[in-house]
Design a protein around this ligand. Structure first.
Ligand code: NDP
Ligand code: GDR
Length: 348
């Protein structure tokens, strides 16, 4: 049985990747952070009490800021594959927490790579490594962006990801490690964090339709993104680690839409006019914006044989349907006299 170790298992991608790996018969070990409230909502449905026999998903406390803890985890788990999905992943937040983002999203990768290198040197066991690189690294570069496009990062988050990208390449070249970068363009789902724009929109659509929220405040509506479905993208991550030799890949749909277009489709699906409900709030503007991301994944498709299965329309529809149901549940509870606190508010 293969063993995988995931950082970021509690995040959107971590949850879909865990489902995929469990279905393939892996034992999955996930790194979780200690928090004062539960932070495992996205993987609770996969959890089985480790005291029972047959538990295949096991969770360990750890943090990308804690090098010694990561080293101990490698010894304990002895993984065949490591997926580094953990990060302070919010672009706007990275402006407020630039140093922290550099530490976790940048240096965290180096800590993990160095722990793997030591483990391999001592045991002779090969560990395959996946780095969650991002289209944000292309930043201001002209579309379409692909493997040969020079990086021009536009936020502390993107700069940290560029650092991690090159550490991953350098460990491959210097130490002959099986380490790969997956440069993934935006991917969304009903499990997307509620402060990312697509989920913020679909949550608002559901709540506005149910009369729970009057307006939706957004920033730059003209930014364009190449949006795919997270469930499809985690499959590509796994495929990258099953090849004969390590290399880097770009994963994208090859279609881009603006934030305005995403919102219009989402509101249309529930019979509302987006223009009537959206207001611009400048606090959602970023100090430097990434205007237009459109991925060129031709090479990846040829090498990996991967193609996205979910269209843009299907993605928007799945998210809206999910969030409409969530809003209906909220309304039922409110009508019954319960207090509901909306998650995901704030200035992001
Ligand atoms: P999420 O924000 O949903 O999840 C991030 C994960 O990282 C969470 O599990 C979070 O834990 C964990 N994490 C945060 N800080 C630390 C830390 N200090 N130590 C260990 N773990 C930490 O991100 P996604 O699932 O959307 O993305 C996964 C990865 O892919 C990220 O690295 C992201 O930057 C990258 N990426 C994402 C893209 C996308 O469109 N989704 C596109 C390209 C790259 P907790 O739950 O406790 O907060
Ligand atoms: P992004 O995703 O920055 O591309 O990073 P996000 O959904 O946050 O922003 C996309 C675009 O929408 C514009 N926007 C808003 N964004 C947010 N969050 N909130 C708003 O109210 C709002 N209004 C307009 C933004 O300015 C931006 O142009 C995501 C993250 O998952 C990264 O971790 C990942 O690396 C990249 O995608 C690829």
């Amino acid at each position: 049985m293969k063993k995988a170790l995931l950082t970021g298992i509690t995040g959107q991608d971590g949850s879909y990747l865990t489902e995929l790996l469990l279905a393939k018969g892996y034992e999955v070990h996930g790194v979780i952070r200690r928090a004062s409230t539960f932070n495992t909502d996205r993987i609770d449905h996969l959890y089985r009490d480790p005291h029972e026999s047959g538990a295949k998903m096991l969770l360990h406390y750890g943090d990308l800021a804690d090098a010694s803890g990561l080293r101990v985890l490698l010894e304990r788990v002895q993984p065949d594959e490591v997926y580094n999905l953990g990060a302070q992943s919010h672009v706007k937040v990275s402006y407020d927490q630039a140093e922290y983002t550099a530490d976790v999203t940048g240096l965290g990768t180096l800590r993990l790579l160095e722990a793997i290198r030591d483990y391999q040197d001592r045991t002779g066991q090969q560990v395959r490594f996946y780095q969650a690189s991002s289209s944000e690294m292309f930043g201001a570069a002209k579309p379409p962006q692909g493997l040969h496009t020079p990086f021009h990062p536009r936020s502390p988050y993107a700069v940290a990801k560029v650092y991690s990208y090159w550490q991953t390449v350098n460990h491959r070249e210097a130490y002959d490690m099986y380490s790969c970068n997956g440069i993934l363009f935006n991917h969304e789902s009903p499990r997307r964090g509620e402060t990312f724009v697509t989920r913020k929109i679909t949550r608002a659509v559901g709540r506005i339709k149910m009369g729970l929220q009057p307006k939706l405040y957004l920033g730059n509506l003209d930014a364009k993104r190449d949006w795919g479905h997270a469930r499809d993208y985690v499959e590509a991550m796994w495929m990258m680690l099953q090849q004969d030799a390590p290399r880097d890949y770009c994963i994208a749909t090859g279609e881009a839409y603006s934030v305005r277009e995403f919102a219009q489709r989402a509101f249309d699906l529930v019979g509302l006019d987006a223009e009537e409900y959206i207001e611009i709030d400048p606090r959602y503007f970023r100090p430097a914006e990434v205007d237009y991301l459109l991925g060129d994944a031709t090479e990846t498709r040829e090498v990996l044989g991967w193609t996205p299965k979910t269209s843009f329309d299907q993605l928007v529809q799945e998210m809206v349907e999910h969030d409409l149901e969530l809003a209906q549940q909220e309304k039922t509870l409110i009508d019954a006299g319960h207090q509901i606190a909306l998650k995901g508010v704030g200035n992001t």
